[in-house]
Design a protein. Structure first.
Lengths: 125, 791
């Protein structure tokens, strides 16, 4: 099973990186969204796979015994999903505003902070 | 209160006085100097109390533990060397504060000046009494910083700013070398205090790190004490007001390097390296400084170059390793502090009273300023080494050290005589030329300097005379203990004003004759030096400018290359590194996973969901219009949620469903406003390298995951949570318990991140002002207008 998941995670990462490398902000954004899922699946698989049994203590027992899914990666991923969503939303609005102000979706042309022909600093004292 | 506590207070007193100086000056004006001078005077009195004990050969140490685990202490060491220094610093310091009161009378920033100079005094005092390495280094750098503030006191002028920066860069850089040297010393000896070092000296000289320590320490000492070729900052430092020049750049701070060499002489000295490097640099500085002094006509610049010369002489004497040399260094150091401080203050008085300090334009001041003239003459006698001054004793002792008949002594004796004769000429040029001859017109009407201006130089000059007349007492209390401390073994100085017929006196006489000849031909010498320097072209001073400019240009070039401002370059660099780490490292260590085993007994619905996820991914990449891209993104997200659901993670699945839905909605909202095509409209040539890189990263992560899952699973944490989630945290859903209980703080941070992101989004949407480029596409503006109408 892990082999299939490794293949899937590899594809997720390849697609995310390919999207991030393009110069157009919408594709970069899509790449960020895919990258979040890629990482989550990586963590999920790294914690080993168990089918169908959620890590919940049932039937008045005090400890979770017997085969159940690993709760730790689930807790980490739960946090990660929420954070990556807020990150995604922020980037989305940032991209929208950048496009609005600079009239371009090409990151090569977004040079406000680092202008193309920035003058060198003064050499005096 | 015991002596240790008082010493500790004395170390802090100048800083306290510095804190109150501005307020005091606001109330009392320039008369605040009388009160502020009490601080250095009190310190002088406190340390003068140690003189008798030190003269008996005792050494006083004290202090407090600072960082005991690192063997670092705040501790002081008072022996003949540090006592002489601290008396000079506090004594001259008191006089300088008084002098500044007169010199900067009415200056709007006089309070700040007092504050700076008192801070410097505290730093310098701390430097010379420090026993611990770290404390010495801290005070060393503090003197560089306060010197920076004082040189740049008149910061409205570019020349002052440049000089301040130059001094800081040169002496601060030297300070870092010193730190490195002290750290090596600390490492190889395990000792952090100077007082414990001499016992370790022999072992140190055998150490393979000896040369490294020596060179680093010399780097610090030579930059601070303006040795050639690091001398150039010192004449430039004359941009500072004259009290600063008199105090920092002749009597005290520039001697810190000499102090360090003297302090380490018993530990590092006596080796061939020491006896070659120090005299070589010293004598070069001596001759170069004296020659450069002759060329100047500005009183302060002439004095600055002779200071450089004197520092060279001191360094030379410290390293010479001949009998009488260390005694001569002790004598000359004291004599120099007294006469040079006085001469600087005289130059300042002349400048203050006439508005001029160019030697060729001054003359005939003897009747207007008789007292200043007398002080100048007295100081010049000492500088020229004539009877009956303290300088004469120093010069006798110097020539006693150099009176051997071997080749080394003779070469050094000849060069020293040359330097001394030139300094003699400069000394009397300064003491005589402005005062004799016909009266000349000056910008200000010249009259005698007020009490505050003549008191300091007069006391210094008279002290020099008194110490010479009572040379027996002076030697017993000051110079002999100092020479003992420098030598690391008992030494006694006995030279007196009664000249003994012998080689030293002959050399001294020859020096005076040569000096008189130089004095009479000063104008010709100056012209000759100007021609020589013009032939040499540019020196280290211009070099400093070139260096700084080169540094800025280099930094700009490096920044432009590494931070070119193109996102795709940054991204490419990042992912190339990721791919290299994921693929090259396992390749190097043969850690690739074994060939994967794709088991066939996977349920069909699971494979189908994976296939849907992959289809969604490819659709995102290939989408030709916005809607397809958004929907495809949703497809892969929901497929991931399904996977979570199938593998026992219902909480994840629900969250993922909600988040993916929200993402699609938000994306759709923004994308419809953007009118952007999501498709990649770049030529194939640009796409292919990206494709290869993406493939490499994907392969890397896939292999990494295979390798991880092939290793045995460590279930320690999982077992912990499974066992205690109900017993300790009373929750049955282990995932939820981890989030809200075991890792509650982490979740709090997560909520904070979400909130901050929300606030940032809100402000990005709301703040419409300050659009950077007014090239908004018309359709968006129109759309916005429509929306506003509806609202």
């Amino acid at each position: 099973m892990e082999a299939w998941f490794s293949l899937l995670v590899g594809i997720f990462f390849a697609v995310a990186v390919y999207l991030l490398l393009s110069k157009f902000i919408i594709r970069v954004l899509l790449g960020v969204a895919v990258l979040g899922n890629a990482v989550n699946l990586l963590i999920f698989t790294g914690g080993r796979l168990t089918r169908e049994v959620p890590p919940v203590i049932t039937g008045g027992a005090d400890v979770l015994a017997g085969p159940a899914a690993n709760p730790l990666p689930q807790a980490l991923i739960l946090t990660a999903i929420v954070i990556s969503f807020s990150f995604f939303a922020f980037l989305l609005v940032l991209a929208w505003r950048a496009y609005d102000d600079l009239a371009t979706d090409n990151t090569d042309e977004m040079r406000v902070a680092e202008p193309v022909n920035e003058p060198a600093p003064p050499l005096g004292y | 209160m015991d002596a240790a506590a008082l010493t500790f207070l004395a170390l802090g007193l100048p800083f306290v006085a510095a804190a109150f100086a501005p307020a005091l000056t606001r109330v009392l004006g320039h008369n605040a100097a009388w009160i502020l001078a009490l601080a250095p005077f009190a310190i002088f009195v406190h340390f003068a109390g140690f003189v008798a004990e030190i003269a008996k050969g005792e050494i006083i140490t004290g202090g407090y533990a600072w960082i005991p685990s690192f063997n670092v202490s705040f501790s002081w060491l008072i022996d003949g060397l540090s006592l002489t220094f601290v008396l000079l610093i506090s004594g001259i310091g008191a006089l300088i504060v008084l002098y500044s009161g007169g010199y900067l009378k009415g200056h709007p920033q006089q309070g700040r000046f007092f504050s700076f100079i008192l801070m410097f005094m505290g730093s310098m005092q701390g430097l010379v009494v420090s026993d611990s390495f770290l404390m010495l280094f801290v005070f060393w750098e503090l003197t560089s910083i306060t010197s920076f503030l004082l040189i740049g006191f008149d910061h409205g002028r570019e020349a002052a700013r440049r000089a301040a920066l130059q001094a800081l860069v040169v002496t601060g850089g030297g300070g870092l070398m010193l730190l490195a040297g002290l750290l090596i010393l600390w490492n190889i000896s395990g000792i952090t205090q100077f007082s414990l070092l001499p016992a370790f000296g022999g072992e140190l000289k055998e150490s393979p790190f000896y040369l490294a320590v020596l060179l680093l320490v010399l780097g610090g000492a030579f930059t601070k004490s303006a040795q050639f070729p690091f001398h150039f900052w010192l004449p430039n430092a004359m941009e500072a007001p004259t009290p600063v020049s008199a105090y920092l750049h002749s009597a005290t701070m520039v001697k810190a390097g000499v102090y360090l060499l003297m302090r380490l002489n018993p530990v590092l000295g006596g080796t061939p390296e020491w006896q070659i490097l120090l005299p070589l640099f010293g004598v070069t500085t001596l001759v170069a400084g004296a020659a450069l002094a002759v060329r100047q006509t500005d009183l302060k610049l002439m004095l600055a170059y002779t200071t450089m010369s004197s520092l060279g002489l001191l360094v030379m004497l410290t390293g010479l390793g001949m009998p009488h040399a260390l005694e001569a260094a002790a004598l000359y150091l004291v004599a120099h502090a007294l006469f040079k401080g006085a001469l600087f203050m005289v130059a300042g008085s002349i400048d203050h009273e006439t508005g001029l300090r160019d030697l060729t334009r001054l003359g005939g001041l003897r009747s207007a300023m008789p007292l200043t003239f007398a002080i100048a003459l007295l100081a010049a006698l000492s500088m020229g080494g004539l009877l009956p001054s303290f300088g004469f004793l120093a010069k006798e002792e110097i020539y006693a050290a150099l009176s051997g008949f071997d080749r080394r002594s003779m070469v050094f004796a000849a060069l020293t005589m040359l330097g001394n004769a030139l300094m003699f000429a400069v000394a009397f040029a300064i003491a005589l030329k402005p005062f004799i001859g016909p009266k000349v017109h000056t910008p200000k009407h010249a009259h005698e300097a007020p009490l505050l201006l003549w008191l300091g130089p007069a006391l210094l000059a008279v002290t020099g005379l008194a110490m010479a007349l009572m040379s027996g007492l002076a030697h017993r209390l000051i110079t002999s203990p100092m020479a003992t401390a420098v030598a690391g073994q008992p030494r006694s100085v006995s030279v007196s004003l009664m000249p003994h017929i012998g080689v030293p006196l002959v050399l001294s006489g020859l020096t005076v004759l040569a000096g008189i000849a130089f004095y009479l031909n000063l104008a010709r010498l100056r012209a000759a030096m100007t021609v020589i320097l013009a032939d040499i072209g540019w020196g280290p001073d211009r070099g400093f400018d070139q260096f700084l400019r080169g540094l800025v240009r280099f930094a700009v070039a490096v920044t432009r290359r590494l931070q070119g401002g193109r996102l795709d370059v940054y991204m490419t660099a990042t992912f190339v590194l990721v791919a290299v780490v994921l693929l090259a490292v396992p390749f190097r260590y043969g850690e690739f996973p074994r060939a994967p085993f794709f088991s066939a007994d996977v349920p069909l619905h699971e494979l189908a969901i994976m296939a849907i996820a992959v289809a969604g991914l490819f659709a995102v990449v290939l989408a030709a219009d916005r809607l397809t891209a958004i929907v495809s993104l949703g497809i892969q997200g929901f497929a991931v949620a399904m996977i979570f659901l199938l593998y026992g993670a219902p909480d994840l699945a629900f969250t993922q469903f909600m988040i993916e839905t929200l993402s699609v909605v938000v994306l759709a909202l923004v994308m419809t406003r953007l009118r952007l095509s999501p498709s990649d409209h770049r030529p194939l040539g640009e796409k292919l390298p990206d494709f290869a890189l993406a493939l490499a990263c994907g392969l890397g992560f896939g292999l990494f995951l295979l390798k991880v899952t092939a290793a045995p699973f460590d279930a320690t944490l999982t077992d912990f949570f499974n066992r205690y989630s109900k017993a300790v945290a009373h929750g049955e859903n282990v995932v939820n318990v981890i989030i809200v209980d075991f890792r509650g703080t982490d979740t709090l941070g997560e909520i904070a991140v979400v909130m901050i992101a929300g606030l940032a989004i809100l402000s990005l949407v709301r703040l419409r002002a300050g659009s950077l480029q007014r090239g908004e596409p018309v359709e968006i503006a129109a759309e916005e207008a429509k929306r506003e109408e509806r609202a």
